[in-house]
Design a protein around this ligand. Structure first.
Ligand SMILES: [Mg+2]
Length: 292
């Protein structure tokens, strides 16, 4: 018999979609946009550096060992230098909020433009960030298995919510970057709603603005939002969280005694790891594992 109390929470990136797949195509559109603010040669330089900065940030997120870093130009040192620069640009954000938004594309653009002394207005930086993200949203196709699993859950009447990180959209004021969680969050929420038109069925999205995954405050806010949406108190054991990162998606919720955690590692064989943590290599395996 199916458990009527279950509520499903999904991470988005690398679980239901793959944003990085569309990054390269978005660069072309970004370069076109940059040409409205500077000459063609500078636009091309800034786009190239923006790409390098993005890839170095991805490396910083994924790589763990010195051996892995040896493959990357500039190695870990260049990543740490970049992080210092990103932090410096967000001093005001850090003072006000206690954190920085390290993936902010507006800051990547600013750093790239500064290297060749091209001055792009704060407003233009934000507009260019929008051009980049809008292109990615337009191109994004949800992963097939994700669409299938969400449709299956929908047909069985299980509520589904998306738990996604912030895009870190930053505006600027007097030469400093500024963070408005409402603006950043509603932008991301609209991007996620566009996915529902591409076959992903869900009830609502909880975005990492202001606090983001894996902070307990993020999950507490998520649960409050869901309780409000469902108009009832929900016990933490009713939640099933599905994501591709143990640290970002599962660890905090496990500490809060969430009902079930599912780690999605593409291609790995399905297994029960311990207690209520499962691993799947294909999202649809969740159906059999949890008898849905
Ligand atoms: Mg993810």
């Amino acid at each position: 018999m199916r458990d009527n109390r279950r509520i499903f929470l999904f991470d988005v990136n690398h679980t239901l979609i793959n944003t990085a797949l569309y990054h390269t195509q978005a660069l072309e559109v970004l370069e076109k946009g940059l040409k409205k603010h500077t000459d063609a040669k500078s636009a091309s330089y800034i786009t190239e550096r923006y790409d390098e900065i993005f890839l170095l940030m991805v490396a910083g997120f994924l790589l763990k060992t010195d051996k892995e870093w040896k493959e990357i130009r500039g190695g870990r040192t260049s990543y740490l230098e970049l992080m210092k620069l990103i932090t410096k640009h967000q001093e005001e954000v850090k003072n006000k909020w206690g954190f920085i938004k390290k993936w902010s594309r507006e800051v990547f653009l600013k750093i790239a433009a500064e290297e060749i002394d091209v001055d792009i207005t704060p407003q233009a930086l934000f507009e260019l960030g929008t051009v980049y993200w809008d292109t990615i949203t337009r191109l994004t196709e949800p992963l097939e298995e994700g669409k299938k699993l969400l449709s299956h859950l929908y047909s069985k009447g299980y509520p589904v919510y998306l738990l996604t990180s912030s895009d870190g959209r930053l505006t600027s004021n007097n030469g400093f970057f500024e963070y408005d969680p409402k603006l950043s969050g509603s932008y991301k929420k609209n991007r996620m709603k566009a996915l529902s038109l591409k076959g992903l069925k869900f009830r609502d999205v909880i975005v990492g603005d202001p606090e983001d995954k894996p902070l307990p405050g993020y999950y507490e806010r998520a649960i409050k939002t869901i309780e409000k949406d469902m108009k009832k108190k929900i016990h933490i054991s009713s939640f099933v969280m599905i994501g591709n990162s143990f640290e970002d998606d599962l660890e905090t919720l496990m500490e809060m005694n969430v009902g079930t955690g599912v780690l999605f590692k593409k291609g790995s064989s399905p297994m029960k790891k311990k207690n209520d943590i499962y691993r799947v290599g294909n999202l649809m395996e969740v159906v059999d594992l949890l008898s849905l």
